[in-house]
Each structure stands twice: as structure tokens, then as C-alpha cells.
Design a protein around this ligand. Structure first.
Ligand code: AMP
Length: 219
């Protein structure tokens, strides 16, 4: 299966993507994770991306599209993938459509995670993420780890992403509305969009997502 996950920051895309990718036996490809890995390795690409990310803006397409295509071209992604955070604007969506068409492929579904805006800010401002695996996500009030600052799953160090401050979250939400939301209409025109609520426990949302993908009730 080839799936795109969309939703505002704080919808739980990273968490859900990890579970869904495991259930569907496809790789989880997160452009945000790829950028963060490049930043921590000090690569040129990471240097280019950092200032945009810190400000809550999109990294330019000429950097992002090539990076995403390179990752999708790797061997583990030949039979499918779950894209998390890509595409994030209509020109990236068109570039993805073209790249898939060239290979005689197409997307199977675009899973749209819906969450109210006040919930997003609460979720993100208290979010703490494991340095070893960004799908190990905790929260200072809603999901505290057994030991403060330590990941329950793997013992990794928990940290707050530099772009998870309230001010940057508000900017990321603006960018989501103006640049990313239009891709939902782009994909709706192709009959690919499945919208589900991202409220409830992680397991409930995963189950809802799997049921929606199984039914293939795209509209
Ligand atoms: P995420 O981890 O998906 O929340 O992404 C974190 C940040 O990385 C975003 O706020 C952007 O600055 C950048 N980013 C991730 N994916 C993309 C993309 N597809 N296009 C442009 N910027 C991106």
C-alpha cells in the first residue's frame, strides 16, 4: 500500500504512522525525521533546513522533494510506504503524483487526521520525544513517563523539539492551513481521502484508521 498521512501538527501523525506502518508492513517515511537526522549529523542539507524548521516554516521544495524521492527509491519502499509529513503543499503533491506515475504506481489512500485547534496547542506544548525514536512520544501531563526525562520504551533521553514552543506551533498551524490543507482537496479530486477523528487513545485512533483503510471508504 502507498499511503499519505495528513493532519495538523499535534494530530499524532508520527505516533500513528509508526503503528500503521508496522500493521501494514511498510516503511514509515517522515520528512521531519529525515531533516532532524540531517541536522543532528551536521549535513549540508540539515544546515539548509534548520532555520526554516526553527521558524515553523516549510523547508523549500527544491531541498525537500529530492530528499523524499531519494528515500522512496530505497529498496524497502518498492512495495509501498507510509508518508508522514510529505507532501506538505500542492507542488509537492504534484511532484509525488508525477514520480509515482513515471513508475506506473499510484497512491491507495490519503488518511486525514482531524483534531480541534485548541487540542493541538495543548498536545504540542507539553510534548516530549525520545531521541532514539520519534514515535516514542510522551506528554508532561497526559502521558508521563515512569521516570522523568527517560523513555519508557527504550530508555532513551526525552527532549522537547525546538519547534514545539507555543509561538512556533501557532506559526506551524498557519502554514498548515494555508499550504498543507489545500492538498486535501487535491487528493479528494482523486477520490483518495479518508478522514478520521484523531481524538481518543492512541490504540483507538489506530483501530479507527485501520478500519477506514480496510473499508477503503475514500471520498
Ligand atoms: P514534522 O516532524 O513533520 O512536524 O516536521 C517538522 C518540520 O520539518 C516542519 O515544520 C517543516 O519545517 C519541516 N518539514 C517536514 N516535512 C516537510 C515538507 N514535506 N516540506 C517542507 N518542510 C517540511
Amino acid at each position: 500500500m502507498r499511503i499519505v498521512l495528513v493532519g495538523p501538527p499535534g494530530a499524532g501523525k508520527g505516533t500513528q504512522a509508526a503503528f500503521l506502518a508496522q500493521n501494514l508492513a511498510i516503511p514509515h517515511i517522515s520528512t521531519g525525521d529525515l531533516f532532524r537526522a540531517n541536522i543532528s549529523q551536521g549535513t549540508e542539507l540539515g544546515l539548509k533546513a534548520k532555520s526554516y524548521m526553527d521558524a515553523g516554516n516549510l523547508v523549500p521544495d527544491e531541498v525537500t522533494i529530492g530528499m523524499a524521492k531519494d528515500r522512496m527509491a530505497q529498496a524497502d519502499a518498492v512495495n509501498g510506504f507510509l508518508l508522514d509529513g510529505f507532501p506538505r503543499n500542492v507542488s509537492q503533491a504534484e511532484a509525488l503524483d508525477d514520480a509515482l506515475k513515471l513508475d506506473g504506481q499510484q497512491l491507495d489512500a490519503v488518511l486525514d487526521l482531524e483534531v480541534p485547534e485548541d487540542e493541538v496547542v495543548k498536545r504540542i506544548a507539553g510534548r516530549r520525544i525520545c531521541r532514539n525514536d520519534s514515535s516514542h512520544v510522551f506528554h508532561v501531563s497526559y502521558k508521563q513517563p515512569a521516570t522523568e526525562g527517560v523513555c519508557d520504551v527504550c530508555g532513551g533521553e526525552l527532549y522537547q523539539r525546538g519547534d514545539d514552543t507555543e509561538e512556533t506551533v501557532r506559526r506551524r498551524l498557519e502554514v498548515y492551513h494555508s499550504e498543507t490543507e489545500p492538498i486535501i482537496d487535491h487528493y479528494r479530486a482523486q477520490g483518495l481521502v479518508v478522514t478520521i477523528s484523531a481524538l481518543g487513545s492512541v490504540a483507538e485512533v489506530t483501530e479507527r484508521a485501520m478500519a477506514a483503510l480496510r473499508k477503503g471508504d475514500a471520498a
